[in-house]
Design a protein around this ligand. Structure first.
Ligand SMILES: Cc1cc2nc3c(=O)[nH]c(=O)nc-3n(C[C@H](O)[C@H](O)[C@H](O)COP(=O)(O)OP(=O)(O)OC[C@H]3O[C@@H](n4cnc5c(N)ncnc54)[C@H](O)[C@@H]3O)c2cc1C
Length: 442
């Protein structure tokens, strides 16, 4: 990393984006669109952070660090994908269809919300969860007005089939937090932007190749072609403050002096931000995610993903020559041995995709112990906003107060919000964080 190179690039009006996860990439793309010059610094040798792909030598193929599902109602994510020209890299069913299997009863069903706002699908047995009634779905309305301290489990009730077969698995996946301590309001916000807006807002979308091909590489290409400076292996050690401004960035082995008019977007994870910014409060509790990638092909015509009820696996994704399992809020599994996990999770995959349970295919088990912050009511109060008390410093990252859980949508929205702060468009933040209009009929 050449110090001179840094300093030459850091001229007036440059915004220095630190951290090249989705929050940092979204901030950089948004700043370029606003006419700012951008320098992007990333500690690791590659971009993408917790949302990226890499070659796995055990499986002899590329895999994603974790399975990521996007929904058509994720407006910020889709706007980002459009801006980086990557819309065509996604695939998904033409209609909103969510296949489920119940490991205990062997039942299989599909949740099929209709496209429009009026949710007539809840009145049709073949479209809704077996064992549920249309009136049970109305409970989702109570999330909106739930007490800020209320949990998903306390608000939606644990006794009904609908809770076990829909609300709990959706909440655990969306919040990466057990429903017994996940914030009811935050889950309500996710539903308001997706399922409660009708099927048009919850069509599943997944990258056709991989996360990096859809979210990261097109963004880097766009930044490079617009002349942005991109530095890998650049770990920020200290933010140098002078009065109400950041005056410099101290990286390992190099310093960047900020000029008048320069700004900084700090887009590192919560713990790193807490260390770098004096007095910053950030969420301190995290939840694990376990992913298992099996080198196995799904039968022809098998669905792109399946939700498993009552198994160790929660969601299974079909990819090119690989079947991938996600277990969110995986506190019960994260300390289990790799071989035991491989056997247990493959049992669920084989059941869901009607494959032989033996022999066990080659697998890569990935345990992310601190995958995202715990979305409990208490932790939500620790989320900082995008603006800071330093005039030229804005924060981005899924942990900031986006009004959403730690997701792709939240991370990208945070990047847009930080860019708006530095572009002097604070008014826009209200637009970005505004409660969605109550155009939901459930
Ligand atoms: C296994 C797993 C599965 C997931 N599944 C889903 C899903 O299905 N749907 C969904 O929406 N979301 C999912 N998420 C969440 C989603 O991946 C994250 O919310 C999002 O990627 C966070 O982006 P970020 O930019 O805020 O943080 P990060 O991706 O963590 O990016 C921060 C970057 O900053 C860099 N950095 C750190 N310190 C420094 C420093 N001092 N100097 C310079 N750079 C630094 C890091 O190397 C990193 O690249 C999942 C996450 C995981 C881990």
């Amino acid at each position: 990393m050449a110090e001179g190179g840094f300093l030459r690039q850091a001229q007036d009006g440059v915004v220095h984006v630190v951290g090249a996860g989705l929050a940092g990439l979204a901030a950089a793309i948004s700043l370029l669109a606003a006419g700012r010059r951008v320098a992007l610094y990333e500690a690791s040798p590659q971009a993408g952070g917790r949302c990226r792909s890499y070659y796995d030598s055990e499986l002899s193929c590329r895999i994603d660090n974790g399975n990521h599902l996007l929904l058509s109602g994720n407006a910020a994510a889709l706007s980002y994908i459009e801006r980086i020209g990557a819309l065509a890299t996604f695939e998904g069913p033409a209609e909103p269809v969510f296949p489920f299997v119940d490991r205990a009863s062997g039942e299989r069903w599909e949740l099929r919300p209709n496209r429009g706002l009026l949710p007539w699908w809840i009145f049709l047995r073949r479209r809704r969860v077996p064992g549920s009634r249309a009136t049970h779905y109305l409970a989702a309305r109570s999330l909106r007005h739930a007490d800020p301290q209320a949990t998903v489990a306390a608000t939606l009730g644990e006794e009904r089939a609908l809770y076990r077969r829909l609300w709990e698995p959706l909440a655990v996946a969306a919040l990466n937090t057990p429903a017994s301590c996940g914030s009811a309001r935050l889950f309500g916000r996710v539903l308001e932007e997706t399922l409660l807006k009708g099927g048009r807002a919850c069509r599943p979308l997944v990258p056709r190749e991989g996360l990096s091909e859809s979210f990261v590489e097109p963004a880097l290409a766009r930044l490079e072609s617009a002349g942005a400076v991109i530095r890998f292996g650049a770990r920020l050690r200290t933010l140098l403050m002078s009065g109400a401004r950041v005056s410099g960035l101290a990286f390992e082995g190099a310093e960047v002096a900020l000029q008048e008019g320069d700004g900084v977007v700090l887009a590192v994870p919560a713990t790193a931000a807490g260390r770098l910014v004096p007095g910053l409060t950030v969420p301190s509790r995290h939840a694990p995610i376990v992913n298992a990638h099996f080198r196995a092909a799904a039968p022809a015509g098998a669905p792109l993903f399946v939700a498993v009820i009552g198994g160790a696996a929660q969601w299974i994704f079909r990819k090119k020559g690989v079947l991938s399992v996600t277990v969110s809020a995986a506190d019960d599994l994260v300390d289990e041995g790799i071989e035991a996990l491989r056997e247990r999770l493959w049992g669920d995959v084989a059941f869901a995709y009607r494959l032989p349970s033996a022999p066990l295919p080659a697998a890569r088990i990935l345990k992310e112990r601190r995958a995202t912050f715990l979305a409990s009511p208490d932790e939500l109060r620790r989320r900082p906003g995008a603006a800071t008390r330093w005039q030229n410093l804005a924060l981005a990252g899924d942990y900031t107060d986006t009004g959403l859980p730690a997701t792709i949508e939240g991370a990208i929205r945070s990047g847009f919000a930080a860019a708006a702060v530095l572009a002097g468009q604070e008014r826009n933040i209200g637009v970005l964080r505004r409660q969605p209009k109550r155009k939901t009929l459930l």
